[in-house]
Write a protein that binds this ligand. Structure first.
Ligand code: PGA
Length: 246
C-alpha cells in the first residue's frame, strides 16, 4: 500500500502527518506500507517512521550516481536518507517532464543498483482506452520499460498500473477494468520472464483510490496493492486505506 504525496507537504507537515498516522496503523493489516514524500521531506519521514512498519520512498531519481546534472537526485543519495523505495515513470513525469519508456528502464536499473525497490508505473491515456488501444499501450510500456531487465532484477520490482484518466480525476477504474489491465500486464510479463516470475511480481492499482473503494479493488485477486495520491495526504484517510479489510 503506497502513498504518493506528489508536490505536497514540508518537513514540518511530514512530521505532523506521522504523529497522526503512527497510532492509527499499529493495528492495521500486515501489509507493507510505503510513503513517498517530496525529496526534502525524506529525512523527516524516515526519522518519523523509525520503529514502525512504514517504509519511505522517493518519487523519482536520476540514473547517474553523481555528476554535473543540476537539479537531479541519484539513487545512492536517496538510499543514504534511509528511504527504501522509489516511484519511477509516474504518468505526471511522463506527461510534464519528458519521461519515456527508455528513461524508465535506465532509472529502474539505477534504483536497483542503489538497493532501492522501484515502483514502476505504466498506464494508458483516455484516448487510448477509447480507441481500444489499452492493451497495445500497456504492452509497449512493459516491453520498452521493463522487459529489458534481467530476471533477477525483475524479481525485485513492483509494478503500478495507473490509468492516466483515473489519476486525480475522481474517476476510478472499476475493479473489473483494473483487474483486466493487470491481467494484460501480467501476461506480457509472462512472455518475457516466464510463469513463475510473472506470477510473483506485485502489481498495484493507482488512480483515485479512496477509503470507500479500496475494499472492492483489493477484492480482485489480480490487484496486489494500491498506489494512492490525494487520499494518502490525510493520515486518517490513508490509515483507513491501509487497514481496508477491517
Ligand atoms: P490519485 O493519484 O490517487 O490522487 O488519483 C494516484 C497517483 O497519481 O499515484
Amino acid at each position: 500500500m503506497a502513498g504518493n504525496w506528489k508536490m505536497y507537504k514540508t518537513p514540518a507537515e511530514t512530521r505532523a502527518f506521522f504523529e497522526a498516522f503512527r497510532p492509527l496503523v499499529q493495528a492495521a493489516s500486515p501489509c507493507e506500507i510505503v510513503i513517498c514524500p517530496p525529496f526534502p521531506d525524506l529525512p523527516a519521514a524516515v526519522e518519523s517512521a523509525r520503529g514502525t512498519r512504514v517504509l519511505v520512498g522517493a518519487q523519482n531519481l536520476y540514473w547517474a550516481k553523481e555528476g554535473a546534472f543540476t537539479g537531479e537526485v541519484s539513487g545512492p543519495m536517496i538510499h543514504a536518507t534511509g528511504a527504501t523505495h522509489v516511484i519511477i515513470g509516474h504518468s505526471e513525469r511522463r506527461q510534464y517532464f519528458g519521461e519515456t519508456d527508455e528513461t524508465v528502464l535506465k532509472k529502474t536499473v539505477a534504483a536497483l543498483d542503489a538497493s532501492l525497490t522501484p515502483i514502476v508505473c505504466v498506464g494508458e491515456r483516455l484516448e487510448h482506452r477509447e480507441s481500444g488501444q489499452t492493451e497495445a499501450v500497456l504492452c509497449e510500456q512493459c516491453q520498452k520499460g521493463i522487459a529489458g531487465l534481467e530476471a533477477q532484477q525483475f524479481a525485485k520490482i513492483v509494478i503500478a498500473y495507473e490509468p492516466v484518466w483515473a489519476i486525480g480525476t475522481g474517476k476510478t477504474a472499476t475493479p473489473e477494468m483494473a483487474a483486466e489491465a493487470h491481467r494484460m500486464i501480467r501476461a506480457e510479463m509472462r512472455r518475457h520472464f516466464g510463469e513463475k516470475a510473472a506470477g510473483e511480481v506485485r502489481i498495484l492499482y493507482g488512480g483515485s483510490v479512496k477509503p470507500d473503494n479500496v475494499k472492492s479493488l483489493m477484492a480482485q485477486p489480480e490487484i496486489d496493492g494500491v498506489l494512492v495520491g490525494g487520499a494518502s495526504l490525510d493520515a486518517v484517510s490513508f490509515a483507513r486505506i491501509v487497514s481496508f479489510p477491517s
